[in-house]
Ligand binder design. Structure first.
Ligand SMILES: [Zn+2]
Length: 244
């Protein structure tokens, strides 16, 4: 890995993890990984992407019932389709931080590519529109200005990472893939999230209510809470992140 890339990624608070060439088109893309900085008590950060689709109430109701805070990355598409669920997020400002997941759920990648059915923004101008457009939709709907951004598919070019950071956003990596893009089964998802270690930043999805993974997300959250794990949001006071 080029030193310049490593240094830039560290400045962004995320490790530059080259994506395995599992699918054509991923060459040169980066999946940022991060963990929480050391904390006195066992703590994890739960982050959820609301890409498109609907709301997974199995997860949302569990978070609310257990008073578990989380950071929810909302796209403009999901916001438009789920205004009632978005209102539920806003009604619990003590629990939910809302992050920017893009206006049209396009990857923050500055060249044309499509992965897993998700299109790239395709250019720096497209990335800017995705980031600022998403934030504008969130604030117009009543949310505070988002501080954190996570692009669709959580993949970036190095140039895109620098561009988004230069726009004043922090880029949300993760250390634990909880649900495999909502593709894992219930038991596998529950096991993975339930096994989160102190400092983990967990990624999962809150937009696939018909898939088995969401039931496992809810089970995993309950297991962590029962074990005494603390939960923080990415912008909570005193919360820091380090490259993972
Ligand atoms: Zn997404």
């Amino acid at each position: 890995m080029p030193l310049a890339l490593t240094r830039r990624a560290l400045l962004l608070g995320a490790a530059a993890t080259p994506v395995l060439a599992a699918q054509p088109g991923t060459a040169g893309l980066i999946e940022p990984h991060m963990r929480l900085a050391d904390r006195p008590e066992p703590t994890v950060a739960l982050t959820f992407d609301a890409c498109d689709g609907r709301v997974d109430d199995r997860i949302l109701s569990t978070l609310i019932a257990l008073k578990v805070p989380a950071t929810i990355f909302v796209s403009g598409i999901w916001l438009g389709r789920n205004p009632q669920a978005f209102r539920t997020l806003l009604d619990h400002p003590d629990l939910f931080e809302i992050g920017d997941h893009g206006a049209h759920h396009r990857m923050a990648v500055d060249r044309p590519v499509t992965l897993w059915g998700v299109h790239a923004a395709g250019s720096p101008a497209g990335i800017a529109a995705e980031v600022t457009g998403g934030a504008a939709l969130l604030t117009a709907a009543g949310a505070p200005r988002p501080r954190w951004f996570r692009g669709a598919a959580a993949l970036y070019t190095p140039e895109a990472l620098a561009q988004v950071a230069g726009m004043g956003y922090r880029i949300a990596g993760f250390s634990l893939n909880g649900d495999g893009g909502a593709s894992f089964g219930t038991a596998e998802t529950a096991r993975r999230i339930g096994a989160a270690r102190p400092g983990d930043v967990v990624i999962a999805h809150v937009n696939q209510p018909l898939r088995p993974a969401g039931a496992g997300v809810a089970q995993g959250i309950r297991a962590l809470a029962a074990a005494g794990m603390r939960f923080v949001r990415l912008s909570d006071p005193g919360v820091g992140v380090v490259a993972a």
